[in-house]
Design a protein around this ligand. Sequence first.
Ligand SMILES: *Cc1c(COP(=O)(O)O)cnc(C)c1O
Length: 388
Amino acid sequence: MAWNERIHNALQTRRDQHLWRQRQTLASAQGTRVFCDGKEFINFCSNDYLGLASTGTDELSAAALRWGTGSGASHLVCGHSQAHHDLEQALADYTGYPRALLFSTGYMANVGVISALAQRGDLILQDKLNHASLLDGAQLSRARMLRYRHTDVGHLNELLSEREGHAGETLIVSDSIFSMDGDLADVATLADVSRQHQALLMIDDAHGLGIIGPQGQGARAHFGLSTADLPVYIGTLGKAFGGYGAFVAGSDDLIDYLIQFARSYIYTTAMPPALADAMQGNLQRMKDDSLRSRLQARILQFRQGAQDSGLPLMPSLSPIQPLLIGSSDKALQLSSRLREAGLWVSAIRPPTVPQNEARLRVTLSAAHTAADVDLLLSVLSDCWQTES
Ligand SMILES: *Cc1c(COP(=O)(O)O)cnc(C)c1O
């Protein structure tokens, strides 16, 4: 009975607080146009920033004919194929590291890497707005975790000085582009601070890979850092990459260490080799800088129009362009009015974002047209004026 009550009460609280989450079931492939509930929507909430999620179907079919559907086992048993191996090398080359190691998802990469590296007695310092998987990894590690104020290097330095002279190692962890705010951490300064304090720096570039840096090579290249400056690099294949999976890039020793000790690498089935094979095509397409120019044009267009209409923009130069609404209720109402107009923009509410910081998370893609963004701006501006 106690269990039933706990579950029931938690559900009721979620509903009462306008925090109920539900899934929308798509009837079409991912893209800027999606079908849902028999209606077509222009999609402004995908992380498919370059429009690559719907490409590569010929490569995937060919890869499936060669490799089948399943990998059959974990990498350390008999699930590691040449397709995985080649993709790891290609990802290492692309991001500029000696080696890379594939994980099934970014969530698992973050949990596995942090919990393998940090131990009881160590200190993990994380940006307040880091992704949930980074926080979960720290909990699993049993190290002490402190969170510094969002992108506040002064606060990070304070926490580090208090720590001076303690035993144990220090790991500094940050998103590059923050998933719900769209702003970019100053990774170059984080690298300086890490070096000064002999801390290890880990950057989760889930939203930066494919978006920043020449050819989309990500945060390390964007900031002109060496691999020693940024020794632990996380990239994911589910966002700009348009696929599924993730990887860690780093030194030979780091990768060997993770193969030995990262439990979310060891105790799980390898991703389907056909998928790994097909990701090579997306990697080649992703290097085309004209995709990023198109994306950049849409971002500027959106920001200019939103500013002209007095919409509550946040300081982001990335394809993540949230509008800060405040109350969860109001964010939901705006989201549903946009849906009635055939525009899909998700309302992001606590606990994904802090209390009273509910927002519409608009995401833009290189595959959006200027007309798509104009339509979004005009509907948003109408809704905003009548709501406030
Ligand atoms: C999406 C995301 C992840 C998780 O990656 P998945 O491959 O979707 O599991 C990790 N970190 C950040 C910052 C993300 O936005």
